[in-house]
Structures are given as C-alpha cells and as structure tokens.
Design a protein around this ligand. Sequence first.
Ligand SMILES: [Zn+2]
Length: 292
Amino acid sequence: MHPRFAKTLDSLPADLSAAVAPMLGDDFSASFSPEQIQQLMDATRLGERELRLALLPLAAACSVAPISHFFVGAIACGLSGRWYLGANMEFAGQGLFNSVHAEQSAISNAWLGGETGISEITVNYTPCGHCRQFMNELSTAKVLKVSLPDDISTLQAFLPHSFGPADLDITDALMSPQHHDLPFTSEDPLVCAALAAARQSYAPYSQGYAAVALAFADGRTFCGRYAENAAFNPSLPPMQMACAHAVLNGADLGQLRRAVLVESAKGQISQQDAARSVLKALGGVTLEYLAI
Ligand SMILES: [Zn+2]
C-alpha cells in the first residue's frame, strides 16, 4: 500500500479499513470499479452515498496543501459507475491561481479515465464559487448532484442565475468527447502521449487545444488536458491537471524527469508561461514545447 494512505486507513471504521486496504496497492489509480464498490458496500453495509462519505478521508489523504494546510477530498461518480478520487493541490512559491481544487481534481481524474460525464460529486466541504462555475461547464451540469456530509442538492441549486457556455453560444460541454485535428507524428512516446491528450482537450472559447505529459524517474507517465471555462478564470491548465493526476496516482513530483507541452499554434492563447511557472515550483525541469 502507498504510504499516503497508511495513517488515514487507521482512522477509518474497522470494517471499511479491512475491506479497502487490499485495493490500495501501488497500482491504485485513485478510482474504484463498480465491482469494488459492491464489495465495499457488502463489507460495511453502507449505502452508496454513505460509503462515499466514509471514503472521503482517503481522497483528502492525496491533498498537497503547503499553503492552506486545508485538506479537501472529493469523489466523482462517473456515468460508467466508477468512482474517482480527487484532492486539492497548491504550489508553494507560485501564485494562488495555480491551485487545483479537489472537485477539479476528481473531475479531471474521471475525464482522463474515459468518462463522458459525472452524475454526482461528494465533497467534505461545500464547493467554493470557483468550483461551482467549473462544474457548470460539465456535460451533466443540469442534472449533477453535489453531496456534502450534511446535505445533498443539485449544482443548479448551488449556482442560481448561473453564467455558462450557452451565454457565449457554445453548445459543447466539458467531458463530452473531443477529437481535434492536430496533425503531427513523433517517435517520442511522451510527445505522442501529450499529442493524444491535446486532441482530447476542451477549449471552445480560445481554440487553444493543449495538453501536458509528465515522465517520472520510475518510468510512469501522466497527462493533463486543458479544460476551459465560460468564465475563463476557472479554466484548468494542462500542467495543473497533469500534476494533480500524477499525485493522485502516488507519483512523487520531486522525481519528475521530463515535461512536454503540446498545443495548437492556431489558438488565441498559449499555456507556455503558465506551465513553466509550475515547473519552477517543482524544481526546475525544463519544459519541452511543441506548437502544432
Ligand atoms: Zn473550489
């Protein structure tokens, strides 16, 4: 089991701790399959919502919060029935706008996992305005439920009179399948991974399709896609998504060896400077950059 879960596991109810421990091996992808969820429900006699609330400490155990020391965990329910963990992430020494919120982390985890929407998100603290706006971009924004320890409601109840994609005449939505034409070939597997992710990124306002691929000393690689937002500022840059996804999967950002950014040369914006700023906080790996 990865050390990030050891202390938290001891704090869970004994029946849940015993049932979930074998699922938290080194290959744990910060998600639970429908079969695993059923096993956990059988072992604990908890309903689905109660089980997610009980599992939130495991999500929060993935939090990296050197500035706030405020550890947030989230679990997103993919339309496939799989559950995806998420946690907040802050970058010491860099602007606070670089931060990733737990809801964004869980939704990114689900999107990178192949989901085309989420039905519900469970969080241990009430979602901030930034996250409510981020979630209003989702393919399921109109029906999404937000579950808190003492309340469950729809996103629309949390965000009345909302501003969203339709106000900018956009009919697309975050997590709906994307296939952008970025013609390029490479022999480098990391460049290929970033390229494939960029083709699936979401940027209907700027057409700045972009993605980051990170390679670690242990040979593992993780990607992040750009996720744009109608209100612009809540957009999640690809470097942030890649870092959050790597940490969820137990990677040590101190062991980062390569970082590749691929983006469209025809977009109205560039992720270059933002990506370099994050890398600076992580110890100075040089950004490899490709505009197509
Ligand atoms: Zn938030």
